[in-house]
Ligand binder design. Structure first.
Ligand SMILES: C[S@@+](CC[C@H](N)C(=O)[O-])C[C@H]1O[C@@H](n2cnc3c(N)ncnc32)[C@H](O)[C@@H]1O
Length: 390
């Protein structure tokens, strides 16, 4: 029998983790293996992903490893350029001018850079709230922003670990939905939900017994877009509705700007997308095996923007529209921010700024795959960036 193992093939192509990383990962593996044993040998992939990203003190986002920027595992738009946050601030200003309360609630603030960029541009903001699930990231954001911002501006930021009782204003979520744990389903004559077991010291895939909401969801999609071949594997994100419902319930007047990479439904669940959209990021290498490097790599799934729009309407929002990140930024004055970013006049700095603009807006970089969906509740506002262009 061959000794080939798919995990080994993935690992051979990735940088070796350090001994500190390995020790850290082993603690998480022990905890997840115990959870698997307690549940009879398998947990859903959604539960596995939740542990791997958010287990207190151990998960990828909850523990102290460096994640963002060139020294981490991946780079997000606010890490690429301060012009990203300043342009988003322009969009917020337009909303404030139309009667939206001058408050911002940012979900999942990462390194804190987006908050720094927005507060650097918006004066007279009543408050800036950050809802961050990871206690470690919260501490890092506090340390970073305390240094980066003058005291009177830093003083306007408050950190939350759950939704406030009441919030009216603007909600921002950049690359948050792609980190929400997804259910994974696979067709093998019929649809199965994938689970994760722990056998001989390794995580392994298995089929969960029974059916649930994720199976109902994919069966309905198959009736629209299929039939899918045996082996077709994809993800279903069941978090959008409860997340948006909770948000709608805390607010009377609100606008949400949700930015992420993803597709509309027909493209997401295209019969040719045989292995879904699940991706893992480790030291700037991208692969699709979430069972390796537990706790050391980011695990993400693209966003289904039609599902977000449906969930938003069910939750009581109106959908303002969906646009590409490139168009959103250009329509909101990205190019006017060049002067802020490059005050030196030196050629290398100018090239750097030009590269940042390209990365954020070009279709084959982040310009098309990243999109912005805008939602509103009880506000009579218009956002020109979301109006159809003839
Ligand atoms: C990929 S990072 C993006 C960070 C940052 N927004 C940026 O653009 O650089 C995902 C962030 O979302 C947070 N997160 C994931 N799910 C969340 C949720 N349901 N509520 C709040 N934060 C969440 C993570 O802890 C992390 O800070």
């Amino acid at each position: 029998m061959s000794s080939y193992h798919p995990h080994e093939q993935t690992l051979a192509q990735l940088p070796q983790p350090s001994s500190v990383e390995i020790q850290h990962s082993e603690k998480l593996v022990e905890m997840v293996a115990r959870a698997i044993e307690q549940q009879g040998g398998m947990i859903s992939f959604r539960e596995y992903m939740n542990h791997l990203l958010f287990a207190p003190g151990l998960g990828y986002y909850s523990a102290g490893l460096f994640k963002f920027g060139s020294a981490g595992d991946f780079v997000t738009s606010p890490e690429i350029s301060p012009m990203f946050g300043r342009t988003l601030a322009n969009q917020c200003e337009q909303l404030f001018d139309q009667g939206c309360q001058r408050r911002i609630l940012e979900f999942g603030a990462g390194s804190g850079k987006l908050c720094e960029q927005i507060l650097g541009k918006l004066e007279n903001l009543d408050s800036y709230l950050i809802l961050e699930l990871s206690a470690d990231l919260r501490q890092r954001q506090q340390r970073y922003l305390q240094k980066a911002l003058p005291f009177e501006i830093f003083d306007r930021i408050n950190w939350l670990d759950s939704l406030p009782d009441k919030f009216d204003g603007i909600v921002l979520a950049n690359e948050v939905l792609d980190a929400m744990p997804v259910n994974r389903v696979k067709k093998n004559t019929r649809w199965f939900e994938l689970g994760v077991g722990y056998i001989e010291g390794r995580f392994s895939w298995g089929y969960l017994p029974g059916t649930g909401d994720a199976i109902t969801y994919i069966e309905n999609l198959e009736a629209r877009f299929g039939p899918y071949d045996d082996g077709y594997t994809t993800e279903v994100n069941l978090n959008y509705l409860p997340w948006l419902k909770a948000l709608a319930e805390t607010s009377h007047q609100i606008v949400a700007l949700i930015i992420d990479y993803g597709y509309e439904c027909a493209e997401y669940y295209h019969p040719q997308r045989q292995q879904g959209t699940l991706l893992c990021h480790y030291h700037h290498r991208v692969h699709s095996d979430p069972l390796v490097l537990p706790g050391l790599q980011d695990i993400t799934a693209s966003v289904d923007f039609d599902a977000v729009a449906d969930a938003a309407e069910k939750a009581g929002f109106d959908v303002i529209g969906l646009v590409s990140q490139g168009r959103f930024l250009l329509d909101n004055g990205l190019l006017d921010e060049v002067g802020f970013n490059d005050r030196s006049g030196n050629t290398l700095a100018q090239l750097d700024v030009a590269q940042q603009i390209k990365t954020l807006t070009l279709p084959d970089e982040m310009g098309e795959k990243f999109k912005v969906i805008a939602l509103k509740k009880n506000l009579d506002i218009e956002l020109p960036a979301f109006l159809a262009k003839s």
